[in-house]
Ligand binder design. Sequence first.
Ligand code: S3P
Length: 171
Amino acid sequence: MKIVLLGYMGSGKSTVGKRLAEKLDLSFIDLDEYIENNLNTSISEIFAETGEIYFRREEHRFLKEIFDQQDNFVLALGGGTPCYSNNMDLVLNHTDKVFYLRLSIGKLAERLRAGKDQRPLIRHLPDIELPEFIGKHLFERSPFYNRAPHILDVDKLDDDALMETIEKTLV
Ligand code: S3P
């Protein structure tokens, strides 16, 4: 079984993905971590040293590698993954168990304020500008995210309820 979680930065893809994988006895793959382990560097360093275009190329390459090499997993994509290099087509050609964890701008801003420094796309932004940045970004990205066959409103769900909702759609 191939389960894919997508959504904006801070939507809980990795946290929920890890727990879901444990519960379903599947391996968990975090695409960002997979890239970091394979390139032996951090996402922040990749952005700083080689730039976003290089990152997007590598992100696509490793996403393809995962689907070529593995059959059973819960995979958490990066926030931008669905929006580049036909990655959504690639994902949807392999599985329909694709879940968009959708949060409001307010909730995302609240969650992202804390760990901003680890995130190259928002680390330079003052907190006050986060909601506007997220809003514009979501406007561009939503058409890609909305291709997910399952869209879950996470604002109203805690992690347990979210996992339960996902599990129910798998039977
Ligand atoms: C990005 C999200 C990050 C990471 C990179 C770019 C984005 O992943 O892939 O910093 O474009 O939204 P997370 O969503 O796991 O933070």
